[in-house]
Structures are given as structure tokens and as C-alpha cells.
Design a protein around this ligand. Structure first.
Ligand SMILES: NC(=O)c1ccc[n+]([C@@H]2O[C@H](COP(=O)([O-])OP(=O)(O)OC[C@H]3O[C@@H](n4cnc5c(N)ncnc54)[C@H](OP(=O)(O)O)[C@@H]3O)[C@@H](O)[C@H]2O)c1
Length: 288
């Protein structure tokens, strides 16, 4: 619950559903009762699932930084794949429906657009672990929800998103460079979070994409974020193709056809997402 998405969900908890949040660290957002769980500790999740027997599990936690996954692939495997296997095995006994949160990073970035039924083609350890977990969840009959680059995030949570990070960097006078050739369909976390309740309530299995309406480069996203925040953009242009780090998928445009048809998802345009970040009261979280 302490991540970007978890905090977004906790800010708008589902109505008339008893929510129990799983997390590794003490509560930062005291909306729901919470149980502590370390996904890297084998057996811990199974024990908690046996005790709680939840009707639905929305599994958002993972090692989410691509660089961490490249540097510690064994740990990424443990948390991102083995913990999902443990979750699914115990979900059978608890009769729980599993909604697995995944990512656009299961795709390689060479196609114009990725559909919910496009074959996965990960390029990084992170993407590979997420694709492996997706496969297991789908075999189990659960739901896989792929998200794009998320915007927003709670101030004080220590979890910055692409829009808030750029604005903070510019405001603090840091010089940063943004990729002009890396294209994403970003969306504010607050628009995505309520859709999970719908998927969970209706126990809809299979793959859904929940992305924003517009494809935009990181550079243009930074420029638009500064405009929305009312500050002068000040950063340099660079190329992801020249990036010295884990491989980066250049164009990740998620098509949300099934989510639009079956869930009534209305992909927000970039302006709506940025207004949500910069034109609504700042959401803060208590320090640990
Ligand atoms: N943010 C994005 O732009 C984005 C884009 C596409 C998809 N997604 C997907 O959305 C989901 C949530 O991502 P996020 O952005 O919210 O990630 P995040 O901010 O990095 O949060 C990840 C969460 O996982 C928890 N976690 C990590 N290792 C754990 C462990 N061993 N045991 C228990 N909990 C552990 C973290 O706990 P602590 O708080 O205690 O560290 C944190 O709460 C992920 O499945 C990710 O693939 C995110």
C-alpha cells in the first residue's frame, strides 16, 4: 500500500468493501487496517492468506525500479515471480480472486501500439519478471491490469511520478535532461485506482489496459507538467537510445479497447491528468 498505486487506492478506498491493506513498512496512509507482509520471506504471504481468506487480492507490490531488478535479479525473481506463485497457490485454498497489477514494460517498444492481446516481448529483467507473473495469473483465471507511466502521487510519500519529479527538479534548480524519443501514454493514478474495484467486484479475468488517451514524449510531458504547474520549463533534450543503463522501450502506447468496452474506461487526456496533479489540493501522507 505504500507505493504510488497503493497510496492512490488508499486515497479513494472502495465503498462497502472491507479493505485490508498489505504492506512491508508501517502505515503511511492510515485509511485502512493493514497487515505487514514481506514478499521476499517465503511462507509469510501464504500464512496471511490462510488467516484472512480475502475474497479478492489486488496485488500491486513489486520491485518496480528497472535498475534494481537488473542489479538484483534474484531478489526481483523472488518478489516479482515467486511471491506471485505463493499468492496463487494460497488463493486456491482461500477461494480468492486475484487482480494482478502489471506494466507496459512487458512490451519491447517496437510496435506502433500494444493491444490487450498483443504477445509480450519484455526487454528488461523487470519486464520479464512481470510477464512471467502475468502468465501465471492468467493460467489461474485472474485479472491482469497493465498500467502505463503513472502521474501524480502523494506529496511526502517519497514516491515521485514523472510529472511531480520534473516540476520538483526544475523548482529546485536541478539540471535534468528528458528523452524526446521515449513515448508513453501516461495517466494520473487517481483515475486508475477506482477501476480496480470494478474489476474485483465483477471478478473479470483476463487482460485489461488502463492508459491515458495521448501518447507523449518524456520531454513533452515535462514541458506540459511545468506549464500545468505554472513554472518555466528548464531542462535539456536527450535520447533514450543513447541512455547508458538497462534497455529502454521507446514507444509504449497501450490500447485500452477491452477496458473501454467492458469496464467503461474513459482514457483521460493528458491535460486532465496534469490538472489532477497540479490544480487540485495537494494530497499528503504522514511520515513513517
Ligand atoms: N508507477 C508507475 O509508473 C507504474 C507504471 C506501470 C505499472 N506499474 C505497476 O503498478 C504496481 C505498483 O507500482 P508502484 O508505482 O506503486 O510501485 P512503488 O511505488 O515502487 O511501490 C511498490 C510497493 O511494493 C512494495 N514492496 C516492494 N518489495 C516488497 C516486499 N518484499 N514485500 C512487501 N512489499 C514490497 C513496496 O513496499 P515499501 O513501500 O515498503 O517499499 C511498495 O509499497 C506495480 O505492479 C508496477 O509494476 C507502476
Amino acid at each position: 500500500m505504500g507505493g504510488v498505486l497503493g497510496l492512490g487506492m488508499a486515497a479513494q478506498p472502495p465503498q462497502a468493501i472491507h479493505v485490508i491493506a498489505g504492506q512491508m513498512r508501517p502505515p503511511a496512509w492510515p485509511v485502512t487496517p493493514a497487515v505487514r507482509v514481506n514478499l521476499a520471506a517465503s511462507g509469510e504471504l501464504a500464512r496471511i492468506m490462510g488467516e484472512l481468506r480475502p475474497g479478492v487480492v489486488i496485488h500491486a507490490a513489486c520491485v518496480s525500479r528497472a535498475a534494481d531488478c537488473e542489479q538484483q535479479p534474484h531478489h526481483a525473481d523472488l518478489v516479482n515471480i515467486q511471491a506471485v506463485e505463493e499468492l496463487l497457490a494460497s488463493a486456491v485454498f482461500a477461494d480468492s480472486f486475484v487482480v494482478y497489477v502489471s506494466t507496459e514494460q512487458v512490451f519491447d517498444g517496437y510496435a506502433e501500439r500494444y493491444f490487450e492481446d498483443s504477445p509480450v516481448s519484455p526487454r528488461t529483467v523487470y519486464g520479464s519478471t512481470k510477464a512471467a507473473a502475468e502468465r501465471r495469473v492468467l493460467e489461474f483465471g485472474g485479472a491482469v491490469v497493465r498500467l502505463p507511466l503513472l502521474l501524480g502521487g502523494a506529496a511526502g510519500s517519497g514516491r515521485m511520478c514523472a510529472d511531480t519529479a520534473v516540476v520538483q527538479a526544475v523548482q529546485s534548480g536541478q539540471t535534468m535532461s528528458l528523452f524526446t524519443d521515449e513515448i508513453r501514454t501516461p495517466v494520473h493514478v487517481d483515475f486508475v485506482a477506482p477501476m480496480f474495484e470494478k474489476i474485483a467486484r465483477e471478478r473479470r479475468g483476463g487482460i485489461f489496459h488502463l492508459a491515458g488517451a495521448q501518447a507523449v514524449s518524456r520531454f513533452d510531458l515535462g514541458r506540459r507538467a511545468c506549464e500545468a504547474a505554472g513554472i518555466k520549463p528548464n531542462f535539456q533534450a536527450s535520447l533514450a537510445a543513447d541512455f547508458d543503463g538497462p534497455p529502454r522501450s521507446l514507444r509504449l502506447e497501450l490500447d485500452c479497447g477491452r477496458a473501454i468496452k467492458e469496464l467503461g474506461w474513459q482514457p483521460p487526456d493528458l491535460r486532465q491528468s496534469l490538472d489532477r496533479t497540479f490544480a487540485t489540493p495537494v494530497r499528503t501522507v504522514a511520515k513513517d
